[in-house]
Design a protein around this ligand. Structure first.
Ligand code: MG
Length: 455
């Protein structure tokens, strides 16, 4: 479904380029009009310098449309989702651009079930925006704005899902890199409540993200890594700009890709459960398939994007899901990615284990991944994918949930058309670096041949 403004995670844009006061008012009035009920809207924002101006623009349009507004202040995205569920609000809006640079901001729209609105609803909002068919009310229908702090309730709920006594007895120490963002308002408090000693770095809110940058990439987490070793901590955790994701490091200072941490969650949380299904996007590592086999579970593949994982989990009543970017979905709490929840669960896994986090990670199967891209006009993308599917010569399992994934024994190639640029992204994974290079060459050859053939 073609959308002009909504991307994978809401609407994002540069301040006073896309996100002007006029755009914010108009798109917010369109969001309000797409919800017929005129009930309660919950709003929260990240720590960006532009968030106050956008937040007040959003609130103005919702008040003008007859909604009552509850303002949670500066909070993580998952806390807004928690609030929508708990207060039974009609919707939530989060003002955030997650991990994008400070000159960006964005809007995530949360449906009444706590999950971001689906593609159909996004399209509906854009149609209302284009047609300017807003639903403004008369003066006597304007409602009020109430401020509400739900941090304690949110933290208490998370604490209720882990073994507090076991964690406390283990006397763990964690380094938290909040990246000058909203995760610093919750995760240190949460872990301390669980009896974990915490050392927080980049803990002060600053919308310019001067500490390590807003993206918890491996290059940005060197200070976290060093602090973990120096302070003899048991693990470290870093969040992105709206704390819906968590990236972990072990006691030796090694920081993991999300694949490693979600595989640990899959292994240790699902082991004792009856429903051992793990929901994850098609780009996730073979480690997930191997763990599923080891614990007698199953992998449910989805298209890339957290909305697809959440909706699949709700649809099939699954307990756990994860993304390679460090997003963890734990259904008993809520079926959306939640960075603080992931931090609490990691503390529990380490507390219940006889060994260190580095050893737990070392026990996982090892794979190597590579990424590449090839230019291709948007008009040819569909034909290229059809050509690839029709012309595969070897015996291989093909998945077409999102792009084309060719699955070989112990390796795979994923060919995905970019939604925003005229390129194909190629992802591969294999047991060794050499094999990953060979299979990447093969992937590039397959796509180049397909582009030439359909031209
Ligand atoms: Mg995020």
């Amino acid at each position: 479904m073609k959308r002009k403004y909504f991307g994978t995670n809401g609407i994002r844009g540069e301040i006073n380029v896309l996100f002007t006061p006029a755009f914010v008012s108009k798109i917010s009035a369109a969001i309000a009009a797409s919800f017929q009920s005129k009930g309660t809207m919950i709003i929260g924002s990240d720590s960006r310098t532009s968030s106050p101006f956008i937040k007040h623009g959003v609130i103005a349009s919702f008040l003008a449309s007859g909604f009552e507004v509850i303002d949670l202040g500066i909070v993580p995205t998952p806390l807004v989702q928690f609030a929508v569920n708990n207060i039974k609000a009609d919707l939530g809006v989060v003002v955030t651009a997650s991990h994008n640079p400070p000159e960006f901001n964005g809007i995530k729209v949360i449906d009444s079930d706590g999950i971001e609105i689906d593609l159909e609803k996004q399209k509906q909002v854009e149609d209302i925006y284009e047609d300017e068919e807003f639903n403004l009310v008369s003066w006597d229908k304007n409602q009020k704005v109430t401020k509400l702090d739900l941090k304690n309730e949110y933290i208490e709920q998370i604490c209720g899902f882990v073994d507090r006594d076991r964690i406390e007895k283990k006397k763990l120490c964690a380094v938290i890199d909040a990246g000058n963002a909203v995760g610093g308002l919750v995760t240190p408090l949460l872990l301390r409540k669980l009896g974990v000693k915490t050392i927080t770095i980049n803990g002060q809110l600053d919308g310019r993200f001067p500490g390590r940058g807003v993206e918890p990439s491996l290059e940005n987490l060197k200070t976290m890594s060093n602090s973990t070793v120096i302070s003899n901590a048991d693990f470290s955790v870093a969040h992105d700009g709206d704390a819906d994701r968590a990236i972990f490091g072990d006691e030796t200072g090694r920081v993991f890709y999300g694949d490693i941490s979600i595989a640990l969650f899959q292994k240790f949380i699902l082991k004792g459960e009856r429903n051992k299904k793990f929901v994850t996007p098609i780009s996730s590592s073979l480690i997930i398939s191997d763990i599923a086999e080891e614990i007698g579970g199953e992998v449910i593949w989805t298209p890339v994007g957290c909305i697809f994982v959440s909706r699949k989990m709700i649809q099939e009543k699954n307990l756990l899901g994860g993304e390679e970017n460090g997003g963890l979905f734990f259904a008993p709490h809520q079926s959306v990615r939640d960075g603080p929840m992931a931090a609490a669960l990691m503390a529990e896994i380490i507390a219940k284990s006889d060994t260190s986090l580095s050893e737990l990670a070392n026990e996982l199967p090892k794979y190597h991944q590579k990424k590449n891209k090839i230019n291709c006009p948007n008009s040819l993308k569909k034909k290229v994918m059809d050509f690839v599917i029709d012309n595969v010569q070897e015996k291989v399992e093909i998945l077409t949930i999102d792009g084309v994934k060719l699955i070989y024994p112990n390796s795979w190639i994923l060919i995905r058309p970019s939604g925003t640029e005229p390129i194909f992204r190629i992802f591969v994974e294999a047991k060794s670096v050499d094999k990953a290079n060979t299979i990447m060459e093969k992937g590039l050859k397959i796509v180049n041949k397909a582009i030439k053939s359909v031209h």
